[in-house]
Design a protein around this ligand. Structure first.
Ligand code: KL2
Length: 465
């Protein structure tokens, strides 16, 4: 499955981050105090033009045993990318962030994923401060967090900053869960639904669905979902079952609240090349065209494989008959909802914010999605998304980090990023109908009110148009 990153392609022309004027027309968010020798490092990367020398550079940067220079990750720049045409966007806007913050317990339990990360970057106290500061810098109105195992500590920080929050812990022998926070002066909570997939035979994962109304305009409602899908790459049927269930509950809430638009944020544990991504974006999927264990695309994203250090293993051609045998009736039922039906379908029209708004060639893959939203010693790729339904449009997104800058860190968390994922942030506005659009144009045309002061009498009058 194509998750392969070719360093000789133009998509990976490295940026030199010493001169910010390179980055027009993007507005940008810049982390503090870049002090590194990045310009010389970048030069050595950019000087490699043939694929073989690119590969040797890649090897130099991705080496799990090499100790990193602590300044390697100083230059982590993120740019806001604006939608080019905003004529169908209402003035009411809101921002949503999705961030898998790496649970403290998971960081300790899966230490093999962070062997080349200095222990100070793994410390929860340090990561907590970094994560909070990252979030405050982007100032999202709604936060959708995954892998939260210190909810009270985060809540203490975020409530002081004006947010209200709610938490849904995973079931089973796990300590983390999903948390959502929203600005209390911007949104009123109308309804909340916590989903524990265990109740439906779909493992110990959880999701949240919240219905909001904007304080400034009560007619503007939005349903926001937050999910952390099962990690296990072999259980494609459970992943699809969880996502199908979330979509159907979100659709039901939307109907209940006057066809309110939907945002679905989270760590979906699927890649943009996967069958399940196709299910989300095209609303249906014939599961028999995929092997159950390949439905998420995760297995093609080991860093050495993605960076071209190892040849991809060529799988033998499997006849459809062979594929059919991969799915038991029970697995088909979990995946599609009916053991007799091989077509999984949903009724929402979903698009992904990042795929909608073109990013820089250094951050995006063929699908338009980020090249990577997560990086550690066993994974380099994209699993986090911000999906939206009809009724809203993304007006800007916070682009992810150029892939060679990310690779240069050697793995996350790093000096500037508090988790092994990057946060995704998108601003949305409500789509305006043609009627509303005409009214907005008319209002704008009528709006210039000109006042003239009589210099002799001092009387101010409004000039008639
Ligand atoms: O991929 V994740 O990381 O969304 O960032 O979600 C899970 C994985 C998270 C919660 O279960 O823990 C990580 N190998 C690598 N990562 C794992 C494994 C594993 N065997 N098990 C859990 N996680």
């Amino acid at each position: 499955m194509a998750c392969h990153i070719n360093f000789s392609s133009s998509a990976f022309t490295p940026f030199l981050f010493t001169n910010n004027t390179n980055h027009h027309p993007f507005s940008e968010f810049k982390f503090n105090s870049p002090t590194s020798n990045t310009s010389s490092s970048s030069s050595s990367l950019s000087s490699s033009s043939s694929s073989s020398s690119s590969r040797s550079c890649t090897r130099r940067w991705f080496n799990s045993v090499r100790r990193r220079n602590s300044d390697n990750s100083s230059e982590i720049l993120r740019h806001w990318i604006e939608a080019p045409n905003q004529s169908h966007a209402s003035p009411e806007r809101f921002t949503v962030a999705s961030y898998n913050i790496l649970a403290d317990r998971n960081a300790k339990q899966h230490s093999d994923l962070y062997l080349n990360v200095p222990s100070r970057y793994i410390s929860w106290d340090r990561r907590k401060t970094l994560i909070s500061n990252e979030l405050f810098g982007w100032d999202p109105d709604i936060l959708c967090l995954q892998e939260v195992d210190k909810y009270v500590e985060l809540s203490d920080i975020l409530v002081k900053a004006g947010y209200t929050g709610t938490y849904k812990r995973r079931t089973g022998d796990t300590a983390d869960g999903c948390a959502m926070f929203w600005k209390a002066d911007k949104f009123r909570l109308l309804e909340e639904e916590g989903i524990q997939f265990k109740d439906f035979g779909l493992c110990d994962n959880v999701a949240q669905l919240l219905v909001f109304e904007m304080c400034e305009s009560e007619s503007r409602r939005v349903i926001v979902g937050n999910i952390h899908v099962l990690y296990n790459p072999n259980r494609g049927e459970v992943k699809l079952g969880q996502i199908r269930f979330l979509l159907s509950r979100a659709g039901a809430l939307s109907e209940k609240w006057g066809s309110a638009p939907i945002v679905l944020a989270g760590d979906f544990n699927i890649t943009p090349q996967s069958g399940i991504y196709k299910f989300l974006s095209s609303s249906e999927l014939n599961i028999l065209l995929y092997e159950r264990k390949e439905l998420s695309g995760q297995k093609s994203c080991r860093p050495a494989q993605v960076l071209g250090e190892k040849k991809e293993t060529v799988r033998p051609f499997i006849l459809l008959d062979g594929l059919l045998k991969c799915w038991t009736d029970e697995e088909v039922k979990v995946a599609t909802g009916d053991s007799e039906r091989h077509l999984a379908a949903h009724s929402l029209k979903l698009n992904s914010s990042y795929a909608t708004l073109n990013g820089s060639a250094s951050t995006r893959g063929f699908s338009g999605e980020p090249l990577a939203t997560s990086y550690h010693s066993k994974f380099l790729g994209t699993v986090d998304y911000l999906w939206y339904s009809e009724g809203i449009v993304p007006t800007r997104v916070l682009d992810t980090v150029p892939i060679d800058d990310l690779v240069r860190t050697g793995g996350l968390p790093c000096k500037r990023v508090g988790s092994d994922h990057l946060a995704l942030v998108s601003e949305f506005s409500f789509s305006v109908t043609n009627n509303e659009s005409t009214e907005m144009v008319a209002a704008a045309a009528a709006s210039p009110r000109i006042y003239i002061e009589d210099w002799q009498s001092g009387i101010i009058r409004e000039e008639n148009n």
